[in-house]
Design a protein around this ligand. Structure first.
Ligand SMILES: [Zn+2]
Length: 430
């Protein structure tokens, strides 16, 4: 039975949401300031949330004297959400409690099947693997977030197309997983989920506006504006990899020529190195190839750091191509912070310096001195963590009350004894 959508329930949910959002940092006083209410009104509401088992004191705040105020968090024993990140090569899955602490992680090569039904079944198996890996109670799973590297229609919960994953075409991910697990499911693009993780747990904690770029097998970007992800029509925003950077460039799988992705993605970097070697340009990488080792972005970046001219030229030029496309985006958005992630971002300072230098040359003079390019500080679980966060958010939205899956409903189901009085009387003057 959903807890009815009365103002009191909405108010409790709003407070629970604020506590969840900044779990481990919120006190009654900071809540009162943020929500424009008196501390005594807030106390009555937080007391009620504590009685319902929704929130608990998770520590004390270091204050300058007197009694240290309690820091509030969501009751971690209520359960967890799961985030999956399906990439072109690798898949990661995590479970996190409602205070954002990880309780299970898995990594494996991405399973790719031609049939949609097999791909959906693989996603279902991934969720079960995350549950099993953490020895978690399946009844305490409350929402699932799935991040996929591709064109994702988040509103419809459908993966439209993935250039680098076979069979992920018009895949009804939300409908299928919701049906299997009976919990809310959110589907989004991997780089957008990673941007959410940057904003919540990474370098962008105090940056409401930034561009998160992922450079790996493909190239994509997420646009964060005023603390909100901008998704565009049917989720098509952020296709940085398909900005043209060379008019006479190679054909791209999108149908155009000279897109950033055919010049600066991981496979493109390797291909350009192979072409240079075929043209007879001297490089230390020859020895590696002669030994039968695979030419990788990592090997090229390492050779560049050790002073190999060809490798340096390739990594530097890659940074310039990226810089051209990113500068175009920054001029359009008026954003100054860029966070680079994905496998290629680990290539080191040669690449990052070339990106930043090129951006400064190409953005408007007023923006140029403010531009900052950062390599991500998060690990490869960033998108999975972002997906789990987006999933958890579903439990704190007003519509969750009507649908019966709000955090108040969950507490009522899991700790019914505490909730026999149902909701309190409306607070006078709150
Ligand atoms: Zn393209």
């Amino acid at each position: 039975m959903p807890i009815c959508e009365e103002p009191q329930a909405l108010r409790l949910l709003e407070i629970a949401r604020t506590i969840w959002h900044d779990a481990g940092e919120v006190t009654k006083k900071s809540l009162a300031e943020r929500l424009g209410m008196s501390v005594s009104s807030i106390s009555r509401l937080t007391d009620e949330l504590e009685r319902m088992g929704v929130i608990v004191a998770v520590g004390t705040h270091p204050s300058s004297g007197g009694r240290r105020p309690a820091v509030l968090g969501i009751n971690a024993s209520l359960g967890y959400t799961i985030g999956l990140d399906i990439g072109g090569a690798n898949t990661r899955g995590i479970a996190a409690d409602l205070n954002h602490q990880l309780s299970s992680t898995i990594r494996m090569p991405t399973a790719q099947a031609l049939e949609s039904s097999d791909n959906l079944l693989n996603l279902e198996r991934m969720v079960r693997r995350v549950i099993n890996a953490g020895a978690l109670d399946p009844h305490l799973l409350h929402a699932i977030g799935v991040a996929i590297s591709g064109v994702i229609d988040t509103n419809a919960g459908i993966c439209r197309f993935c250039p680098n994953i076979r069979g992920f075409i018009d895949l009804p991910v939300r409908h299928y997983l919701q049906d299997r697990f009976g919990v809310p499911v959110i589907v989004d693009d991997s780089v957008r989920a990673a941007a959410v993780a940057e904003y919540k747990f990474g370098l962008a904690k105090d940056m409401p506006n930034f561009l998160r770029v992922a450079v790996g097998i493909g190239i994509g970007a997420a646009i964060m504006l005023d603390g909100q992800i901008y998704r565009g029509v049917d989720g098509t925003a952020g296709e940085l990899g398909h900005i043209q950077v060379r008019e006479d460039g190679e054909r791209c799988n999108c149908g155009n020529r000279g897109c950033l992705e055919v010049l600066a993605s991981g496979p493109a970097i390797v291909r350009r190195a192979q072409q240079s070697m075929a043209e007879g340009i001297q490089t230390s990488l020859e020895t590696l190839v002669k030994r039968g080792q695979k030419l990788t972005v990592e090997a090229i970046a390492q050779a560049a750091r050790q002073g190999d001219k060809m490798a340096f030229y390739i990594m530097n030029r890659t940074g310039e191509y990226l810089g051209i496309a990113i500068a175009t985006a920054l001029n359009l958005l008026g954003v100054q912070d860029v966070i680079i992630g994905g496998g290629v971002s680990q290539a080191g300072p040669i690449l990052l310096d070339a990106i930043e230098r090129t951006i400064r040359f190409r953005v408007m003079p007023a923006l140029a001195p403010k531009v900052r390019v950062h390599a991500t500080a998060l690990d490869d679980l960033a998108a999975a963590r972002g997906a789990a966060w987006l999933a958890a958010e579903q439990l704190f939205l007003p519509q969750a009350l009507a649908q019966g899956h709000s955090i108040l409903d969950i507490a009522g189901r899991i700790q019914p004894a505490r909730n026999t009085h149902h909701l309190p009387q409306p607070i006078q003057g709150a």
